[in-house]
Design a protein around this ligand. Structure first.
Ligand code: XUL
Ligand code: CO
Length: 441
């Protein structure tokens, strides 16, 4: 098979002193951290849509990317070349997983039946490529936001034909995910939201979303798909308001519809910041509910209010993210999916490798800093001490649920002016985190 990236050899770990742009400085897949290899901790994944389908289009200009398949014109030929390029890249990066939307891998045909045939053909090619490799599918999903038919939404559309089309699309995408042994299936609410409440029956749309997801749960069961179902929150973009706004909104939706036992959450860094939260906040909220399923590892730009989907290079964020992931006991069947694209001027094929290397090194460093921070327990013991007044006396009784307002009032009256607080010591704690990133990773 012809090589798509002949100028890139297999990327090796060369250590922190290396000046080779096509080498890892910190990610060493075999190195163990707490008895587990970096490969198994981090479970990296390439996002097919950004890396193989993305062309660098933005609202002001056309694509800029230089890609080996551009010499081909037939859309199915292009699709085949992208599959092969995906596997070549995964091998060269040593990335064990990939993720895709149905429409990333195969073009739409004249009608749904033809579209499904296109998908089947490409899925066979993916399967063949997987057979001779260690690569696995982290998750599959359906793209129900690109085509104009989804202008009013998919599961939350006002048009029943579109609802049916979306159901057929998810049905097929689940079948394909199962066929490829996918570990998860993701629902990101592409256009599940609204532009204006003036034309929207929000109650009906949310009921439809719950019905749709219930049908998906039933269908997964029917075909024996045992992967984890995931919902990926995002507050806005493309619609003004997305129903799966953030982890809190998704949890509320899942608990109120009784769907909670079937779903976990795929937390994306840039979606967290768009919702006005830190990445760590969203990971932690999902974690404490036992719902942290997988991660879209990227970063936004603090000065821009949209989903820039940049490769993660911020060590502070990767450390705090890995801190949550380690506290979660790892990601289970989830992974760190680089839902990230190279910047429009980074148009050369090798930029895709530099970008993934940057993300992988950033998370490797974050893993080591977070592991040391967690095992030394500096933050844990501070936090535990901070709440120690709840461990005995009246505090213990609050925890036990054996006390009410009457006795608490009695306690408060007895205090007179005797309340003493301790410092929260934020700046000192930030110094500790910096120390771990700089010295212990
Ligand atoms: C969009 C986004 C999606 C999902 C999969 O912002 O993150 O690519 O990850 O549909
Ligand atoms: Co995403």
């Amino acid at each position: 098979m012809a090589e798509h990236f002949p100028d890139v050899a297999k990327i090796e770990y060369e250590g922190p002193e290396s000046k080779n742009p096509l080498a890892f400085r910190y990610y060493n897949p075999e190195e163990t951290v707490g008895g587990k290899s970096m490969r198994d901790h981090l479970r990296f994944s390439v996002a097919y849509w950004h890396t193989f389908t993305g062309e660098g289009v933005d609202p002001f200009g056309t694509g800029t990317m230089e890609r080996p398949w551009h010499e081909l014109s037939d859309p199915m030929e292009v699709a085949r070349a992208r599959v092969d390029a995906n596997f070549e890249m995964l091998y060269k990066l040593g990335v064990p997983f990939f993720c895709f939307h149905d429409r990333d891998v195969a073009p739409e045909g004249q009608n749904l039946a033809q579209t499904n045939r296109n998908l089947d053909e490409i899925v066979q090619r993916i399967k063949e490529n997987m057979q001779g490799s260690d690569v696995e599918l982290l998750w599959g999903t359906a793209n129900m936001f690109f085509h104009p038919r989804f202008m009013h939404g998919a599961a939350t559309t006002c048009n029943v034909d579109v609802f049916a089309y979306a159901a057929a699309q998810v049905k097929k995408a689940m079948e394909v995910t199962k066929e490829l042994g996918g570990s998860n299936y993701v629902f990101w609410g592409g256009r599940e939201g609204y532009e204006t409440l003036l034309n929207t029956d929000m109650q009906l749309e949310l009921e439809h979303l719950a019905k749709f997801l219930r049908m998906a749960v039933d269908y997964a069961k029917e075909i024996g798909f045992e992967g984890q179902l995931l919902i990926e929150p995002k507050p806005k973009e493309p619609t003004k308001h997305q129903y799966d706004y953030d982890v809190a909104a998704v949890l509320g939706f899942l608990y109120s519809t009784g769907l909670d036992e079937h779903f976990k959450i795929n937390v994306e860094a840039n979606h967290a910041t768009l919702a006005g939260h830190t990445f760590q906040h969203e990971l932690q909220l999902a974690r404490i509910h036992g719902k942290l399923g997988s991660v879209d590892a990227n970063q936004g730009d603090e000065l821009l209010g949209w989903d820039t989907d940049q490769f993660p290079t911020n060590l502070y964020y990767s450390t705090l993210a890995m801190y949550e992931i380690l506290k979660n006991g790892g990601l289970g069947s989830g992974g760190l999916n680089f839902d990230a694209k190279v910047r429009r001027p980074s148009f050369k094929p090798e930029d895709m490798f530099y970008a993934h290397i940057a993300g992988m090194d950033t998370f490797a460093k974050g893993l080591k800093a977070a592991y040391a921070l967690l095992s030394d327990g500096d933050l844990e013991s501070f936090v535990s001490q901070r709440y120690s007044s709840f461990r005995d006396g009246i505090g213990r009784r609050i925890e036990d649920g054996s006390i009410g307002f009457h006795e608490l009032e009695e306690h408060a009256l007895s205090l007179e002016d005797g309340i003493e607080n301790e410092s929260g010591r934020q700046e000192w704690l930030e110094t500790i985190v910096n120390q771990y990133i700089l010295e212990k990773s």
